[in-house]
Design a protein. Structure first.
Length: 341
């Protein structure tokens, strides 16, 4: 199965977060066949019932190539034309998986061992697979994480702060609003105040940004709402605490904030000969920490197409990525141990 065939096979297996069992089983079987003929070992790293990471190692891994198997909804199957492979996960991150597997085949064909492949669940929601993997390191000195970076090594990427904003009121008949207290109106006022909070900037990462992603509440049009809530995602360029404190002050007594996820912004190393960039999105890297070695971030695909109805990946970039992953494994293996932070 070549890199394009493998990409399409992976895309055609629905694997929305929490439903990765089928794609993980497919990869476990696929890599087990490769390992059987090349002296490798493959294991299931259990995360929770019917959810597991897939780890394949050839020797003791000095470098581990890793990305995630889950996708955002909605699922749509693959198709291809002369230039692109289309479908959910094509660039985020099933094409990346295929490129990493192709890189492993290139390395093994050239006699290179002492590397691993680690494919995890749950990146799109809470990095559950990376959290489990972080507790079971295998001695790897470098972790090359795959996300769509247009085949450029990333110098820095933003963090993420996910907050739930909840307002509470008192139910009443809508004909007598003075007898109730609208949680929806409280929430809207709190969100408007939060939107006016000045956000920090960073010379390298640019501005901190905020998105109000969901709003829900109320029981019926003729009932004063007793509860309403929203979820906010902030793309961080620094410490999350000042942002969270400023939002809480803005909301005041109208609503309460609860932290759901907090991931710091990170700065990363480069390797000679690779082009570089800075990205505004968040990855599994903070959850891994340094348990699997010093992190790097590199992958094919345009992140602007990820999570969209037009998701696709250029075949040219896939082929380039396979060669780049093989090259970076060799260079990192030759570079010796990383510097301690």
């Amino acid at each position: 199965m070549n890199i394009f065939e493998l990409t399409r096979a992976l895309v055609d297996i629905e694997s929305t977060t929490d439903d990765e069992y089928e794609v993980a089983s497919f990869l476990h079987s696929h890599l087990s066949k490769l390992a059987a003929s090349t002296g490798g070992e493959v294991e299931r790293m259990e995360v929770e019932p019917r959810r597991f990471n897939v780890l394949a190692c050839w020797g003791r891994p000095v470098v581990t190539l890793s990305t995630h198997m889950d996708t955002v909804p909605p699922f749509f199957a693959s198709r291809e034309d002369e230039e692109f492979i289309w479908g959910r996960g094509a660039c985020d991150a099933k094409g990346i998986i295929a490129a990493m597997v192709a890189a492993a085949e290139k390395l093994l064909a050239g006699g290179t061992t002492n590397f691993g492949l680690l494919f995890v669940v749950g990146e799109e929601r809470n990095s559950a697979g990376a959290a489990v993997a972080a507790r079971s390191p295998r001695g790897s000195r470098y972790l090359v994480n795959g996300e769509p970076t247009s085949n450029k090594l990333v110098l820095a990427c933003k963090g993420a702060l996910r907050l739930e904003v909840t307002a509470r009121g008192r139910m009443a008949h809508s004909a007598y609003p003075e007898l109730g207290e609208s949680a929806i109106e409280k929430l809207l006022d709190a969100l408007e105040a939060i939107r006016r909070v000045p956000l920090p900037q960073d010379a390298q990462l640019g501005p901190c940004t905020m998105n109000i992603g969901t709003i829900s509440g109320g029981r019926a049009p003729n009932v004063i709402a007793d509860e309403a809530r929203a979820e906010i995602l902030v793309r961080l360029v620094g410490d999350p605490a000042p942002v969270q404190e400023a939002f809480a002050r803005a909301a005041g007594a109208r609503a309460q904030l609860r932290e759901l996820v907090s991931i710091p912004a990170i700065r990363l190393r480069t390797v000679d000969g690779f082009p570089t960039s800075v990205v505004p999105f968040t990855t599994d890297i903070p959850m891994f920490g340094r348990s699997w070695g010093e992190p790097l971030l590199l992958g094919p695909g345009d992140v602007h197409l990820a999570h969209t109805a037009e998701e696709r990946i250029a075949k040219r970039e896939l082929a380039e990525a396979a060669a780049m992953y093989a090259d970076i494994v060799r260079k990192l293996q030759e570079s010796g141990p990383p510097e301690q932070p």
